[in-house]
Design a protein around this ligand. Structure first.
Ligand code: IMP
Ligand code: MG
Length: 179
C-alpha cells in the first residue's frame, strides 16, 4: 500500500503487528538485563520519535521501571543535519541508577552520542541503548548499540513515531520512502 506525505511517496514496509512483536521481545530482553541491577531502572524516552515505541515498550515491560524524557532535535526533512540541540533535559535523579535510553531509530549515531554524553553528566551507574530500529550501514560511531529491535537498510522510514517533517508519526505501520 502506498501513501503520500507532503511531496513524497512511501510504501508500506513493516505492519503494526510485526512491530509490536519486536517491541515485546525487546522488553523481555531488556528486562532480563535490568534484573541484574540493584536499583530500579530509569528508561529515558527520546522525544518526540520514541514516544509511541516507549508506550508499547513500557506496557510490555514485565517489571518495575521509572520513565523519564529527553528531547533533542537533529533532523530536517529526510537527512541528518549532524547538529544536535538539547530541548528538554531529563528530570529524574539519575545518579547511581541504571539508565536505558529508549530511541526510535539509530541512524548515523550523532544523536545517540550527544544523548549519552548528556546522560553521563548525571553520573548514572550505566547508560545502555535500546532502539527499535537500527541502520547499521549508516552508523558512524564506536559506541555499542546494546539492544536493537530491528536492523533495517539505510532508507528513510516514517510511522510508529517516526516523522517526515513532523508528519506521519501517528501511522500504525512503518512506511519506506519510495525511490
Ligand atoms: P542520527 O543522529 O543520524 O543517528 O539520527 C537519529 C535521529 O534522526 C532519530 O532519533 C530520528 O529522529 C531521526 N531519523 C533517523 N533516521 C530516520 C528515518 O529513517 N526516519 C525518520 N527519522 C529518522
Ligand atoms: Mg526525530
Amino acid at each position: 500500500m502506498e501513501i503520500q506525505i507532503l511531496d513524497k511517496r512511501f510504501v508500506r514496509y513493516i505492519p503494526h503487528g510485526e512491530i509490536l512483536a519486536k517491541v515485546e521481545e525487546l522488553a523481555r530482553r531488556v528486562h532480563a538485563d535490568a534484573a541484574g541491577a540493584d536499583e530500579i531502572p530509569v528508561f529515558v524516552v527520546v522525544l518526540k520519535g520514541g514516544m509511541i515505541f516507549a508506550a508499547d515498550f513500557a506496557k510490555a515491560y514485565p517489571g518495575e521501571m521509572i520513565l523519564d524524557y529527553m528531547r533533542v532535535k537533529s533532523y530536517e526533512g529526510t537527512g541528518s543535519t549532524g547538529k544536535v540541540r538539547l530541548l528538554i533535559p531529563p528530570s529524574e535523579n539519575l545518579e547511581g541508577r541504571p539508565v536505558y535510553l529508549l530511541e526510535d531509530i539509530v541512524d548515523t549515531g550523532n544523536t545517540l552520542a550527544f544523548l549519552v554524553d548528556e546522560l553521563k553528566k548525571h553520573r548514572p551507574a550505566f547508560v545502555k541503548i535500546v532502539t527499535l530500529f537500527y541502520k547499521p550501514e549508516a552508523y558512524k560511531k564506536d559506541l555499542p548499540v546494546d539492544f536493537a529491535g530491528m536492523e533495517i537498510p539505510n532508507k528513510f522510514i516514517v510511522g510508529y513515531g517516526l516523522d517526515y517533517n513532523e508528519l506521519g508519526r501517528n501511522l500504525k505501520d512503518v512506511y519506506q520512502l519510495k525511490k
